[in-house]
Design a protein around this ligand. Sequence first.
Ligand code: AMP
Length: 307
Amino acid sequence: MNTADKAQVVTTIDAARNTVVQLVRKLQDAGIEEPSIGLVPTMGALHEGHGALLQQAKDENDAVVVSIFVNPLQFNEPEDYENYPRTLDADVEFVSGLGASIVFAPSTEHMYPGYPDARFIRVDSGEMGASFEGASRPGHFDGVATVVTKLWNILLPPSPAQFRSYFGQKDAQQLAVLRKTADDLNIPVEIRAVDLVRAPSGLALSSRNMRLDDEGKTRALALSKALNLLREQAEAGEVLDVAAARTIINKDPGVELDYLEVVEAETLKPLGEEELSQPLQREALALVAAVVEPVRLIDNMVLPAAR
Ligand code: AMP
């Protein structure tokens, strides 16, 4: 790859703002009056799942900006934060190869001056951020909504440029919380969802998989197997056997189930017993979380309505 193709890496907030302004001007000079900029927020350790976000952002916009920042506010365990994989050089290569123009990779000090002692104003992710992942990881979605709101404010291109932000269906609750954050806080960004990417084995791609050994990766397949059972039942127009899906996970003592629930796709409200006692009358989402030491894994699958 020649240097002209390499994404420009910026690490300070001022540099990020200026670089986005320059990018918009450059696109306008090239004749695009209202350029569109796609932002892909990530925590790095990039894999093909992130690649799908970048690809879609590239397809739908005139230029792509990627942020790489391991956000301490969204971690519950200091150990998980410290052990989170950090592979910036490889990540820059990866996103450059996929056509990103700018990589914003700030330090913690730039994003949160005085961290960890200073106290910050945070976004409250409300009821939606308190269930499922939020119940097991209190404050997690406040941290996510806070950092993404900051990223939007820092990287928002000047008018009349369009701004889109890309998130994976892999983190279905995060996607729902961030849609609501943009909506409730009137942030001028269009949220775009990207389908979940899996390994050929069925395992949902995640940066955390790097911390699983081969045995852990095999155990982790219980999550997608349980979800597949529900999807097959939904596709066949059968009543969902959620208990059987939970058993697929529970029968391996090496996998500790946190939750497996069928919810409304948009609000993430669990479907009631009555609705679950008949074939699905509307599309739903199955959400699962389990611990395969040393990592907590999440996965989900769309369940179609019975025809
Ligand atoms: P992360 O770096 O884990 O915070 O993820 C950054 C973005 O990539 C989020 O919007 C994730 O939902 C998305 N992502 C991570 N893994 C996948 C995957 N396997 N398929 C699709 N999107 C993903």
